[in-house]
Design a binder for this molecule. Sequence first.
Ligand code: NAD
Ligand code: UD1
Length: 331
Amino acid sequence: MILVTGGTGFIGSHTCVELLNAGYEVVVIDNLSNSKVDSLDAVKKITGKSCLFYKVDINDENGLREVFKKHKFECVIHFAGLKAVGESVEKPHWYYSNNISGTLTLLKVMAEFNVKSIVFSSSATVYGCDNQSPLTEDMRTSATNPYGWTKVMQEQILSDIAFADSDMRVALLRYFNPIGAHPSGLIGENPNGIPNNLLPYVCLVAVGKLPHLNVFGDDYDTIDGSGVRDYIHVVDLAKGHLAAMRYLADHAGVLTVNLGTGNGYSVLQVVEAYKKASGKEIPVNISPRRPGDVASNFADASKAKKLLNWSAELDINDMCRDAWNFASKNM
Ligand code: NAD
Ligand code: UD1
């Protein structure tokens, strides 16, 4: 039995699909602050199997205890957290409290119930802005905003806890830029309001809800001047969690691993791929650089391949096809 925190969210729901398809029993907890429980109905439609759901906040110690009393978990996959960079700058207390205190509470209850294995959603944001791509797991971590610092700090907390207890098994998964959707079009990413991230924004332009994409900078030292990122299909990313969980079954200690493709694509290349996949025009306006952005950010993906025997299988055309399929049905 696997506990998935934040399991009704974007990456969590895709991971539930992969877990159920692989035969695991899954319990989801989420406070529904950034998702709807309907995503688990979609997961059931896709897999023909159900997750058990509890509406519980990870800061609610007694609520967590009730769930841990009912089920014996072999591993926790911990997605629950707030993730908007701009919002974290405006409301740092909320981000530190939700993400850091929430994780500490979860870890406390895990310890009480002797659950020793946790897969954690970290982010490539922990590489800060001083490292050169391709980014390798041994590089120094830092952050440029409170959201990023919550990831750096949670990595530290989890590492210290594993150091103190030699039975602990911790996977720190550093995601690059997850995009796309399940090929069924039943689950995907549909943020409230005007999106900050590239792909949801492009999707809204494609369905006619926004007039054009602002390309933040065309004078970077990259292939065409626009920013380069390592986009990864959310289904590949979800599969990476199962690979990490299986690795932990045989290895105590801390595993830190990038989940990216190892390939960088520029904003303009993504727009071209999306146009091809959707058949839609995506008008662009070249705008000033976005503060805090780096020119180029992509993974060295070799450690995941070597240790987990996992690598991304889907390419940028697959990502745009599935993102468009989801957007045309749901946005
Ligand atoms: P999401 O917002 O879709 O999912 C997060 C889920 O956690 C939501 O369903 C939300 O309701 C829930 N949640 C938040 N605070 C909670 C709390 N206190 N108690 C219980 N549930 C709570 O986001 P996502 O894109 O699926 O991201 C999942 C994880 O991956 C997050 O930790 C995020 O920081 C991390 N991550 C995401 C990206 C990305 O680009 N999407 C990149 C790197 C890392
Ligand atoms: C951002 C966050 C990062 C977080 C990640 C996933 C910042 C500085 N970084 O990463 O911490 O982990 O999202 O949630 O916010 N772009 C445009 N026009 C747009 C939107 C984006 O040109 O309307 C460009 C950006 O300049 C960048 C690329 O598209 O070059 C990707 O942007 P985005 O999707 O926001 O991801 P990151 O900046 O990599």
